[in-house]
Design a protein around this ligand. Structure first.
Ligand SMILES: [Zn+2]
Length: 304
């Protein structure tokens, strides 16, 4: 049975072993189900996107600045064509995949074949922390199962030894049963004894989906991975699937295309149709609206 607490999405953070360990865990049932509903994903793609959305939700609260933004992208050669997920620093996430309806046979152990849908390629993390240049980390996919790829990313690109667990379990009717994960990170000077405890725990714990399906909460999952260490739980944070596209933002995007493009659309007397990949919303601007946008664009150019 899924724990009642896990029916609302949230992230919890903790420290352990005298601040030598930091930990995050989340339940993202609603985020994952909303992503599935919006994109009408097949089970394997619901799992792939859901795992990545959980990772993004936890990384979202690692960012400190109010306006900080994060994008995680998988560019790969599998039938899904990869994944893109974004997060702000308040637990809001969104994502999409170019091919949402990939169907693959389950793996021998009965698990969804996420690595088969992803294939080989790169994981790219872009963090816009309000500095002149965004931080960009690019690592090679290790397995295409996402958790191992994120673990490798943290070690290779952020020089932070980490253990990442992510999981999505589907119902028989292809809706999401549970979704969530954890990220455990070693801070500098973590002792060998502490590392040995965690390594032993990781060998014996159940998978994220087994733990969630058995009624464990994110706090319980951290308790399992860090068993035997003194754990201090910090704040909990709400998280949600939220797209921040809007009429104004689409208008800005049109303006950034340049006057020539807008004039061309007006000449053709056609509607401009702009689709948001993250929430599947269509924005349709008719010729009158386009003329209005052209005026705005010219006014902006004169000012510059
Ligand atoms: Zn949108």
């Amino acid at each position: 049975m899924i724990n009642e607490k896990c029916k609302k999405d949230y992230i919890v953070s903790a420290t352990a072993a005298d601040f030598h360990i930091r930990a995050f865990a989340c339940t993202t049932l609603n985020i994952c189900e909303e992503s599935r509903r919006l994109h009408n994903t097949s089970p394997v793609m619901s799992a792939a996107l859901g795992r990545m959305l959980s990772a993004a939700a936890m990384m979202s609260i690692m960012m400190k600045g109010d306006g900080d933004k994060l994008t995680i992208q998988i560019k790969s050669d599998g039938p899904s064509g990869g994944l893109t997920v974004c997060a702000d620093s308040h637990g809001n996430v969104k994502g999409y995949t170019p091919v949402p309806d990939v169907i693959l046979p389950a793996k021998a152990n009965g698990h969804l074949n996420v690595s088969g849908a992803i294939g080989n390629g790169d994981l790219i993390v872009v963090k816009d922390l309000g500095l002149k240049e965004p931080y960009v980390g690019r690592t090679t996919l290790q397995t295409g199962e996402i958790a191992e790829d994120m673990t490798y990313y943290f070690a290779a690109s952020e020089q932070t030894p980490s253990s990442v667990g992510l999981g999505v379990l589907m119902n028989m009717d292809n809706t999401v049963r549970c979704s969530g994960g954890f990220i455990i990170q070693l801070m500098p000077d973590a002792g060998d004894d502490v590392i040995a405890v965690i390594e032993e725990n990781l060998k014996s714990i159940k998978s994220v989906t087994e733990m969630l399906d058995e009624g464990l909460t994110p706090e319980d999952m951290i308790g399992e991975v860090l068993k035997g260490l003194d754990i201090n739980f910090n704040e909990t944070y709400d998280c949600a699937y939220k797209c921040d596209c809007s009429d104004e933002r689409v208008e800005k995007a049109l303006i950034s295309l340049g006057e020539k493009e807008i004039v061309e659309l007006i000449k053709e007397n056609k509607d401009a149709e702009i689709h948001c990949d993250f929430c599947e919303k269509d924005y349709i601007f008719g010729p009158d609206r386009l003329k209005d946008i052209l005026k705005k664009s010219r006014a902006l150019n004169i000012k510059e």
